[in-house]
Design a protein around this ligand. Sequence first.
Ligand code: DHB
Ligand code: MG
Length: 224
Amino acid sequence: MYESELTWRQVDEYLVETLVEEDETLIAARESGAETTMPQAEVAPNQGKLLALLAEMIGASRVLEFGTLAGYSTIWLARAVGANGRVVSFELEEQNAAAARANLERAAVSDRVEILVGSASESARRLIDAGTESFDFVFIDADKPSNPEYLRASIELTHPGSVLVIDNVVRNGAVIDPDSADDRVQGVRSVLADIASDSRLEATSLQTVGSKGWDGFTIIRRAR
Ligand code: DHB
Ligand code: MG
């Protein structure tokens, strides 16, 4: 816990109350994160809105998400794609998917969201093999050791112009340790190296502080 963490939280509260309107269904979805296998791992309200804005800025109608949890970011993205859009979200745990289904129902976006329960790698493989229509926007926010695999799958499931966002790339600064024994840190470092060496991808990463502590996003544009 950093001494400044209280201030980061207070600033986030100010920014959220000023600019980010959460309706009852988003509040309920965020709070039900506590019922999942990863309490508090959902994005913050201002981060959820960032995802929605990015998706809207590119006119995304098809969104792919790795890691549903209780569906908080899923609702933001489902609203961003609109009534004729589609969100496919991969979730390993049935317990989390059940919470998400209830939240998506309450948010009245169930009809445009499909949760695929099971290994995200296997679900992605099935979509690739089925020749699924490509996605415009991808949010990678599941088990971190699999980030490199999720990026590879995402490239097969997107098109030039697609935007990809990866969550949790800073992890309290742990990302700078090449010898980290934490396989989540190694998953981030590997995916960042893969992005850097892939000429199809243009990317940057930002550190963030706020109600989620000190972490960060990688934002990628698939150029070709
Ligand atoms: C972890 C994962 C997340 O997606 C997140 O937002 C915060 C923490 C984790 O694996 O610890
Ligand atoms: Mg996350």
